[in-house]
Design a protein around this ligand. Structure first.
Ligand code: SF4
Length: 396
């Protein structure tokens, strides 16, 4: 069974106001012991039969700011993982999330030479005012410089992260960001709608009334703008927030959405192995202490079964442009999709207009404003994409 390996590097130079990932600042001195702890953690897993049965196809250094690590540190970790886990050597995708001001040309060359073959660069915006609102510690110029250096260093698979739906952001400003992004000819773009997560500094400002969120209608228009503009430029939307040239989709993230197994190492990292989801404690000091005491730093776990298993198939399937496969749904849950979701489907479709057998095997199709059934899959339409969460909620 193929799988994904995620490594969480929580260290950051600064804390961006919108971010709710587990990160720490001013603790770079702890990077070395943290890397040692990561090796101890993989030691635990490498002796487990269920982990030995996995063939890892992707390695993703996320964070936090993994580009704070030196190429030598990345190389040491990779070599260690290669010696402990099984990898599909022929098509290993190795991604490092990169903050523009943490790498120069030489460092990028060195990342490439130790085996990193994909970069995900945090641009977020090309407008200085927007970058300041988000508390980013780089300018657009620095991000562009980073991108160009990455190309010079030989990276052929580079993704840009962008954020839209900022308070007061106009459609024209978002279009401007998209145009500047495309001018760089990236291979992949992740475009996220700004969300206000509990406990972040930006949410605290919102709650104090310092600004208002962008109207939902405008956020929807921006999403549509991204889909139409990027598709014209050859980047196909393959998941709600992700666009790629064909063949350059992020294999690692696709594994999450396809319900493949993944092993997460590091503080706060989540894993999903044989329908068991478990996650590490969200404190890097406790994480290191537990490993020092020969204890796995797992905070809790959940066995995915029954209604949760069924709903996750729908939720993860609808996020992708391929949709929910009726065949895969049956294989994973043992249930017939049309019997299970007779009521919610009837809210969207006149099911008397087609034979269920033909819809199930792909011989017939149906389309409503928000959903369509085509090629034995249930998919969101473009209108549906804007209301993905509430449509998914109908299937709970
Ligand atoms: S957005 Fe990225 S750089 Fe900013 S705090 Fe979060 S993980 Fe760190």
């Amino acid at each position: 069974m193929t799988a994904a390996l995620y490594i969480h590097i929580p260290f950051c130079d600064i804390r961006c106001g919108y971010c709710d990932f587990y990160t720490v600042t001013h603790r770079h001195v702890q990077i070395l012991p943290y890397l040692t702890a990561l090796k101890k953690e993989v030691d635990f897993y490498s002796s487990q039969a269920e982990i030995q049965a996995l063939q890892f196809e992707t390695i993703f250094f996320g964070g936090g700011t993994p580009s704070l690590l030196t190429p030598q540190q990345i190389s040491d970790l990779l070599e260690y993982f290669y010696s402990k886990l099984n990898f599909v050597a022929s098509k290993l995708e190795i991604t490092v999330e990169t903050n523009p001001n943490t790498v120069d040309l030489q460092k990028l060359y060195d990342f490439k030479s130790v085996g990193v073959n994909r970069l995900s660069i945090g641009f977020q915006s090309f407008e200085q005012g927007e970058l300041e609102f988000l508390d980013r510690d780089h300018s657009a110029k620095e991000a562009v410089h980073c991108f160009r250096n990455a190309r010079k260093a030989g990276f052929e698979n580079i993704s840009l992260d962008l954020i839209f739906g900022l308070p007061g952001q106009k459609l024209k400003a978002w279009e401007n960001n998209l145009e500047k992004a495309i001018a760089l000819e990236p291979d992949h773009i992740s475009a996220y709608n700004l969300t206000f997560e509990q406990g972040t500094p930006l949410t605290a400002q919102l709650q104090k009334g310092k600004f208002k969120t962008a109207p939902e209608e405008r956020q929807g228009e921006m999403q549509m703008q991204a889909i139409e503009f990027l598709e014209k430029k050859g980047l196909q939307q393959y998941e709600i927030s992700n666009y790629a040239h064909p063949g350059l989709e992020c294999l690692h993230n696709q594994k999450y959405w396809d319900y493949s197994s993944y092993l997460g190492l590091g503080a706060s990292a989540h894993s999903f192995i044989n329908l068991r989801r478990f996650w590490n404690i969200r404190n890097f000091v406790s994480y290191m202490e537990m490993l020092e005491k020969q204890t796995l730093p797992v905070e809790d776990e959940e066995i995915i079964a029954g209604e949760t298993l069924a709903f996750e198939q729908v939720y993860l399937g609808l996020r992708q442009n391929t949709g929910v496969s009726f065949e895969n749904y049956k294989k994973r849950t043992g249930l017939d999709f049309f019997k299970k979701y007779k009521k919610p489907l009837a809210k969207f479709f006149d099911l008397n207009k087609a034979s269920i057998v033909s819809l199930r095997n792909g011989d017939e199709q149906l389309k409503s404003k928000f959903l369509e059934i085509k090629n034995a899959h249930l998919k969101l339409t473009q209108n549906g994409l804007l209301l993905a969460d509430s449509i998914c909620a109908e299937f709970i």
